[in-house]
Design a protein around this ligand. Structure first.
Ligand code: GDP
Ligand code: IMO
Ligand code: MG
Length: 429
């Protein structure tokens, strides 16, 4: 298949960045199609660590990197990320980086509103990244957003600002906050506009050309299926569709462009932020997963909640997102456990369930049914071939494959780019 779409099959942080970086050298273009700088993708190449939130992970290998229309873009976050990567020796120019001119912007008022709402919600908070993602997507679908292309027309912004401020001023009044400072906002936009506009273009047209030339496109998802605004653990989700289908709408290519859908799946489960998590562990096993896996958020530094592998959730994610094959990451984190558990079903008020129900009260009430397997004392860390894996690790991977009804295409055994086992090349039929 010419193209590959990488998506997270859990609640994010599955290791998408590492896998996209590994695949990027085989691709001609890498495209982000949803989310914003709520994402945190970590790439480890030798002794260099790159942390990307907005830029596609292909930028580090110098592959043409594109931000599609489905992304919400904070121009100031983009500027500081570009500066940070340049300080690490990465070159970013309009030759290797393009930005959709129809991307909706995240403005300072969105970030502020995100924070005000979370504080007001108290213990009922979503646990957002505080980046203004939800409010920015609301303005986009509410037809009030300021978009990248508007930065070239800041002198004619009055009608748009009237619309935007009428909405936000009312919301701010509800929080006892002063109205939007329009003059300040316009000044800030004027200052950042030349930086953003140097990269802006009709990305759909660029991608059409790339595709016509027979190039390989790698789509890089952010977050994960369980954070999808339709299919995830609503309302404890992000505000975009994170499923593979969004690669088409969020980049301006048709649905036949997504190619091989590679679901990234951790060998156990983590979640950051609030919301149901059936296999969450509050014991020493959970602590051990967090410590061995260094489970702290890339964006907010928050401790990630940890639990056993949940085959019900992953089977559901794979079905919903049309996953062709998975990349199983962080298998090395399970090294040294005497036994490992896999959730194979749920019990909900005495009834057995083979899927995760939609209602949040039911999601919170399901009890996992576990299957226990022998662990392995040998190390898998750094393994680069199937033959390097201990027999019990292979059994574990094969059992996961069976339960989720989806084959394993890649296995990752450390944060380092090359510590990856290729089972089936997603770029080849
Ligand atoms: P993403 O958001 O899906 O890109 O994932 P993050 O980068 O937020 O979190 C994954 C973390 O696990 C990062 O720190 C990676 O460097 C690390 N990582 C990725 N794959 C592996 C692996 O196979 N083993 C180990 N130990 N760490 C990994
Ligand atoms: P990557 O791409 C993990 C979570 C937040 C919160 C919910 C809503 O690194 O996998 P938002 O700020 O999007 O409105 O927050 O979504 N969340 C993520 N969790 N990884 C991410 O991205 C996330 N992006 C958002 O913690 O629960
Ligand atoms: Mg992350």
């Amino acid at each position: 298949m010419a193209n590959v779409t990488v998506i997270g099959a859990h609640w994010g942080d599955e290791g998408k960045g590492k896998i996209v970086d590994w695949l990027a050298s085989r691709a001609d273009a890498v495209v982000r199609f949803q989310g914003g700088h709520n994402a945190g993708h970590t790439l480890v190449v030798g002794d260099q660590v790159y942390k990307l939130s907005l830029l596609p992970s292909g930028i580090v290998t110098g592959t043409l990197s594109i931000i599609g229309n489905g992304v919400v873009l904070d121009p100031w976050a983009l500027q500081s990320e570009v500066a940070k990567l340049e300080s690490q020796g990465v070159t970013i120019t309009p030759d290797n980086f393009a930005l959709a001119d129809n991307c909706a912007l995240i403005l300072p008022m969105h970030r502020d509103l995100d924070g005000l709402r979370e504080t007001a919600a108290g213990s009922g908070k979503i646990g957002t990244t505080g980046r203004g993602i939800g409010p920015a997507y609301e303005d986009k679908v509410g037809r009030r957003a300021i978009r990248v292309c508007d930065l070239a027309h800041l002198d004619k912004m009055d009608p748009q600002l009237d619309r935007l401020c009428a909405h936000h001023d009312a919301l701010l009044a509800g929080f006892d906050q002063p109205p939007v400072d329009r003059a300040k906002l316009l000044d800030e936009l004027r200052e950042i506009a030349p930086f953003v506009l140097q990269f802006a273009q009709p990305v759909w047209k660029r991608l059409k050309k790339v595709r016509k030339a027979g190039a390989r496109i790698l789509f890089e998802g952010a977050q994960g299926v369980l954070l999808d605004v339709d299919h995830g653990t609503y309302p404890f989700v992000t505000s975009s569709n994170t499923v593979s289908g969004t690669a088409a709408s969020g980049s301006g290519l048709g649905p036949n462009s997504t190619g091989f859908v590679l679901g990234i799946v951790k060998a156990y489960t983590t979640r950051v932020g609030s919301g149901p998590f059936p296999t969450e562990l509050g014991d020493t096993d959970g602590q051990r997963l967090g410590e061995r896996g260094h489970e702290f958020g890339t964006v907010t530094g928050r401790q990630r909640r940890c639990g056993w592998f949940d085959a019900v959730l992953v089977r559901q994610s794979c079905a919903i997102s049309g996953v062709t094959g998975i990349a199983l990451t962080k298998v090395d984190v399970l090294d040294g456990f005497d036994s490992v558990k896999i959730c194979t079903g749920y019990r909900l008020r005495g009834k057995i369930m083979d899927y995760f129900p939609a209602h949040s009260a039911d999601q919170a009430a399901v009890e996992p049914i576990y299957e226990e397997m022998d662990g392995w004392s040998e190390t898998t860390a750094g393994a680069r071939s199937w033959a390097d894996l201990p027999a019990n690790a292979i059994k574990y991977i094969q059992r996961i494959q069976e339960l989720i009804e989806t084959p394993v295409a890649l296995v990752s055994t450390s944060p380092e780019r090359e510590d990856t086992i290729l089972v089936r090349d997603p770029f080849i039929d």
